[in-house]
Design a protein around this ligand. Structure first.
Ligand code: PLP
Length: 409
């Protein structure tokens, strides 16, 4: 039976394992070589022309990088893909692949990772590319912006950061293609286990592999997946810009992928339990989780997401000020105050000083990000312990707010 016939978890554990002559270890060896000898000058000539498979120079290809790309291609249902040095390089490569040129417009969903907005807004705009930022939950306004500006490309995330809005990808895809634009979807927060954007009509999918794919907080990387239409430009991007994924990182991320199924399912279960417990505790002014009925995009989430997978992130509004959040972060004992998502450890990030630091208060306000919001990336600890830690830190931070108010009275 071919690999295509296997189901998702089987693919996670086995996909992308190359055949190696004479020996077949179950764990993929690491190939640190930067260059490869050829049997003959003729073979090297054919290899460099791309007429036969093989490896010549590590920036052009490496067995570990190829194994990772093969595995993710199968998971996302893609025809081609590349691996990059980081998630940011993956987004940059996707914009390049969609042929964004001077005088073009790129429309970016307002709810993306702050650095993705900055990439287009500061680097691509230097090449005379115009950035438009739009709320993709307002489809009527989005459609009129598409018709007015005819952007070359649209960039969005499946689950927004940090408010965890689920965008209506099938409807967005139709509007984007009606306007003659291309759709790039960042699937980092959802992983192919929750959503497969290419099957829902996206043109290119990107991941920060640093997150759930690697999973253990020890490797940085990105991947870009697409149809063959984008193959040549994607390959050109890594070969010429050189933002290739390192061999050791490729090996770690590929190994991480093997356990993504069990890790991600457990993280989703834990996140759902933590969100419900924190809501019941009534310590926070708001608790955001896509599968909680009070979430603004709950009906889209019910329709688009698998019933038990709402993602591994919970966002909380503590109420109070920046000082309250600082005290909360300093009071955490088990949960680490750290950036990133998707690790096995539960991590808490303060968007105002980290992911959305470069957005102005007005821009953050438009995105719905308050000064007292924190994002929790749920790990694999017992959820009761995480809840206990978060509640004690929140109560302690809020109590001191109360005592300051009483002293002022
Ligand atoms: N996309 C999303 C949704 C992210 O959260 C991040 C990083 O936090 C990135 C892309 C960038 O990834 P990296 O840090 O691997 O460059």
């Amino acid at each position: 039976m071919g690999e295509k016939a296997w189901q998702r978890n089987t693919l996670l554990v086995h996909a992308g394992t190359p055949q190696i002559d004479h020996i077949q270890p179950t764990a993929l060896p690491i190939f640190p070589s930067t260059t490869y000898q050829s049997e003959s000058a003729e073979k090297l000539d054919q290899l460099m022309a791309g007429d036969i498979p093989g490896f010549s120079y590590a920036r052009h290809g490496n067995p570990n990088v190829q194994a990772l790309v093969e595995a993710v291609k199968q998971l996302e249902g893609a025809e081609t893909g590349i691996a990059t040095a980081s998630g940011m390089a993956a987004i940059d490569a996707a914009l390049y692949a969609t042929h964004v040129r001077p005088n073009d417009t790129v429309l970016v969903s307002q709810d993306v990772y702050g650095a993705s907005l900055n990439l287009v807004g500061s680097i691509w705009t230097e090449a005379d590319v115009k950035l438009i930022v739009a709320d993709l939950t307002d489809l009527a306004r989005f459609e009129s912006l598409l018709q007015e500006h005819k952007p070359r490309s649209v960039l969005m995330e499946t689950l927004s950061n940090p408010l965890l809005k689920v965008l209506d990808l099938p409807r967005i895809e139709k509007l984007v293609h009606q306007a003659g634009s291309q759709l790039i979807v960042d699937n980092t927060f959802t992983t192919p286990l929750m959503m497969q954007p290419l099957e829902l009509g996206a043109d290119i999918v990107v991941h920060s592999a640093t997150k759930y794919f690697a999973g253990h907080g020890d490797a940085m990387g990105g991947v870009v997946l697409a149809s063959n239409h984008y193959h040549d430009r994607l390959v050109q991007y890594v070969k010429l810009r050189g933002a290739v994924l390192g061999v050791f990182e490729a090996w770690l991320i590929h190994r991480g992928l093997r356990t993504l199924g069990v890790r991600f399912e457990r993280q989703c279960q834990n996140a759902a339990q933590i969100a419900q417990s924190l809501l019941d505790a009534q310590v926070f002014s708001r608790v955001f989780y896509p599968l909680l009925p009070n979430h603004p995009t709950y009906s889209t989430a019910k329709h688009l997401l698998p019933p038990t997978l709402g993602g591994g992130v919970v966002t909380l509004d503590l109420g109070g000020s920046k000082d309250t959040v600082f005290r909360f972060l300093n009071e955490l004992k088990l949960v680490a105050s750290a950036t990133t998502v998707g690790d096995i450890y539960t991590l808490c990030l303060y968007p105002v000083v980290a992911s959305h630091r470069n957005q102005t208060p007005k821009e953050r306000d438009a995105m719905g990000i308050t000064d007292s919001m924190v994002r929790v990336s749920v790990g694999l600890e017992d959820p009761e312990d995480v809840v206990r830690d978060i509640i004690q830190a929140a109560k302690s931070a809020q109590q001191r707010d109360d005592s300051v108010i009483m002293q002022q009275d």
